[in-house]
Each structure stands twice: as C-alpha cells, then as structure tokens.
Design a binder for this molecule. Structure first.
Ligand SMILES: [Fe+2]
Length: 255
C-alpha cells in the first residue's frame, strides 16, 4: 500500500459465482437491457464528471476559481491548472463512455453531490477538497477498474492515477498548513465541514441500486462497504497530520 493509495487495487474483471456476470464490450449483442440501463444511471445520472452535463461546467469553474484564487504561489497555481485540465478530461472520458452505450450524454440536471458546491473560503478549503473529495474519486476509479463494461474498465486506470495525484496534492498542502499552530487550528476546524461531505458522497447505505450495481459487476462493493474502506484508509492519513477525525455520523445528510 502506498502512503496515499488504497488497499483494494482491483485489476481483473470481477466474476461472482452464480450471477450473470461477464465482461460486456461496446455494441455487445448480448448486453442485457438492465445492465445498459444501470451503466447509464451510474454515469449520466449519478456521476458528476460528464462534459455533456452543463452543471459539470459550473463545478469545474467553482474548483478552478477556488484553486487559482487561493493558491499561495505560481507553482501551486500550475498544479491547480493541471488538476482542472485532468477533470475536464474525465468529463470527456465519461461522456464518450455514455455515447458508447448508444446514449446522449446531455443531461441538464445537477447530479446531487453537494461536496462540489461547498464554497472555498481559503487555501485550506482547497487542500481539504483535494485530499478528501478527490480521494472519493480515487475510490470510484478503483471500483471501475474491475468493471464488467470493458470500455469503462479500460479507462479507469487513468482516472484512478489522476485522482490519486489530486488527493496527494491535497495531503501535501495540508502537511505545510499544519506546521503552524494557526494553520493546524484552521485545518482541524474545516475538517468538520469536509469529512461528512466526503462520507456522504458514497450515497445511502440502504440504496436499492447499490446491490444491482454489484450484481452486474459494474461495482465491486456496496455504498457502505466502499465508505468503510475509505474511512479505514483515510483516518490514518488525517492522524498523520496531527488532527482528530470527527465522528463519522456527525453532520451527515446520507447515512
Ligand atoms: Fe479530481
């Protein structure tokens, strides 16, 4: 396990005993309609990164504005610009996978991840966004690595690597921030805003769709299993910063 990486790292397509699981390719004549419908539900209706969704432009502009406004120097601005370029790339990758399913990626509704709407008020907010929220993107990327839809599994390695870069950038910024007593106090205070937002991104633990995604091998874990994996891996990193992790149930909107 690398310092910032995860313990799962699934690579090979998931195969579950006694289920309809197998790898489906683009234009696969055997692709069941429910499989196609859930792939579209996942990528178009439940995932924020999609250049076919006008609301994603607002999310990108929000991240870019916060990152470039509060970046302490030119080097940090360059990193923020690189992150935005990669996030635009993710939106294009996902839009193309939606198209590969014979579906128009255009969808004019926000996909309901409030973590992307939290205002940035300082550099520490931007650092927590990268360390905790981009980190959720890393877990999503890992999940897709073993996806039973071949075009998605094929691009997930890049998504995973780039989200790991974003999360590592956030951790490194926080290591600098907590070096001063004021910085440490600010980081601890803002953690109470970003930690519940990150945990809520995994969705409801009683979600009925969660089981169907796992049954088709589109996802390997349920919402709650992936959230617990995230907590297990991320708490040691926050403690490494000398900070106290808030109660996992405090200020949550989706349990
Ligand atoms: Fe990211």
């Amino acid at each position: 396990m690398t310092q910032m990486g995860t313990q799962s790292g699934a690579k090979a397509p998931r195969a579950v005993e006694g289920s309809a699981q197998r790898m489906y390719t683009k234009d696969d004549p055997d692709m069941p309609e429910e499989f196609r419908a859930f792939m579209i539900k996942l990528l178009k209706h439940a995932h924020v990164e999609n250049n076919g969704n006008p609301h994603y432009k607002k999310v990108l502009a929000h991240i870019a504005h916060g990152g470039l406004t509060y970046a302490p120097d030119g080097k940090a601005m360059m990193i923020e610009a690189e992150i935005i370029k990669q996030e635009v790339g993710h939106g294009e990758i996902v839009a193309n996978i939606i198209r590969s399913l014979g579906e128009d990626p255009y969808y004019d509704k926000p996909v309901g991840q409030y973590a992307f709407e939290i205002p940035y008020e300082c550099w520490c907010d931007v650092a927590w966004f990268h360390m905790l929220i981009d980190r959720v993107g890393l877990y999503v990327g890992i999940e897709w690595l073993g996806s039973t839809y071949e075009p998605l599994a094929r691009v997930s390695d890049q998504l995973e690597k780039e989200e790991l870069f974003h999360a590592t950038v956030g951790f490194n910024h926080l290591r600098k921030i907590v070096r001063t007593p004021d910085g440490k106090r600010e980081a601890q205070e803002l953690l109470h805003k970003w930690w519940p937002a990150a945990l809520d991104m995994f969705g409801r633990s009683d979600s009925k769709n969660s089981g169907t995604y796992v049954r088709w091998g589109i996802k390997g874990k349920t919402n709650e299993e992936l959230r617990q994996q995230y907590i297990a891996d991320t708490v040691p990193l926050i403690e490494k910063l000398g900070l106290v992790v808030p109660d996992n149930l405090a200020n949550r909107r989706y349990l």
